[in-house]
Write a protein that binds this ligand. Sequence first.
Ligand SMILES: Cc1ncc(COP(=O)(O)O)c(C=O)c1O
Length: 447
Amino acid sequence: MLNPTNKDSGKYTRRSFLKTSSVAVAGLSVADYGFAAPKTQTLALSGGEKAVNFPKDQFAALTKWPRYGDAEKNALGAMLESNKFYEELPAFEQEWKDYTQAPFVKNHINGTSALTSMYFALDLPAGSEIMVPSYTFFATCLAMRFFGYVPIFIDIDPKTATFDLEDAKRKLTPRTHAVVPMHSWGLPCQMDIISDWAKEKGLIVLEDAAHAHGASMQGKKMGTWGAMGIYSFQASKVMPCIEGGMGMYQTREYFERAAAFGHYDLPETFPKDSPVRAYAGTGFGQKYRMHPLAAALARQQLKGLDAMNQLVEQNVRAMNDRLTKLDGLTEPHCRADQKRVYYSRNMLLLDFKKLGFSRDALVKSLKAEGADVNFWDYPEQHKLKIYSEAKWFHHAPTIPASMPGNAYINANHVFLPLFYGQAPELIDQYVAAFEKVWAHRAEVAKA
Ligand SMILES: Cc1ncc(COP(=O)(O)O)c(C=O)c1O
């Protein structure tokens, strides 16, 4: 039990703020849960003791990202020593291919250049429209404009923060050729349903898997559901190499076109019957090769990817399985056949109307308890200046009047940090902080 400073704490009943009486049903006492959140404990905001008193340096060590150690230092050192740089690239590609089971992959400078190459490879008529979430990084929506494609902004589902197929169905036009689901925060989009619908409508499925290294659905890695997909290995990502990207391709045709866009030296390696082979010496005008030092980092990170994802997931489960018992607090819904990962943060969803206090009041109260809680509203792409100016596009993108899913997620989430090490005590303290705040809801509402 944490901070059992008040001897009345055992008398406290959590029924007032637990969603269900499952604790009682299971025959567990408050003590079995390892925490108690007595109303008699004073909120730190009102001068009480903080629920989270974890040493700062240990907290910094647990939350540090990216995490590079001797393996990375040795790999970089060995490469510099050997003067053999470019061999890292095919080695990394082969390992990533083995890991994801993608038939074709190509390294890129970053996720943005992988997206640009992917759109080039599509080879659709100018004016084709492509469905993208508005809740994403700019490159998902904007890299297409260089080839005359126009984004159709799709909402996200407030239960998952991922691609809302129902909204896509409403926005389908005769010019729509492709859809690009993005696996927000590491949670796979419902690729089976999206793919079935796309097939029925004759649309090409593409994927932005920049957040989802190691995630899969029905045993199939993200980035291999679509005809093409991309990953980013930028420093914040689940598998970081500071700057790096990968294109994922299901067919040789897409691979050759996408790869030759930013790799001038590749066409001459293609089979004789390849239509792209004729572009030997030039490719199609860009140089998007990943830095070999980044590839060396990525290869080391890949070795530990599954273990790190597993550790992070265990920590999230230890936290969220308890937090989601609190009234009005949930997490993005993950289907049983989806294996999600966690990119950067642990997103919690809160029904603030039901809770009766504001997000600002909650964050203020939890911060006072010593918990690192914050929120960050994804900039909605459709609201940004460039999309409102027709001159940048083949034809003006339609700017939706509202995006209720985006609005809901942006207004009703908070983020907790991810812990990249064993953290049972810290997790207990965070849960205790939430429990205490929930026990003082009326007071928090006035904060
Ligand atoms: C969803 C999404 N797509 C694409 C990218 C682009 O990746 P990069 O930063 O490597 O260019 C990012 C990067 O943050 C992203 O979050």
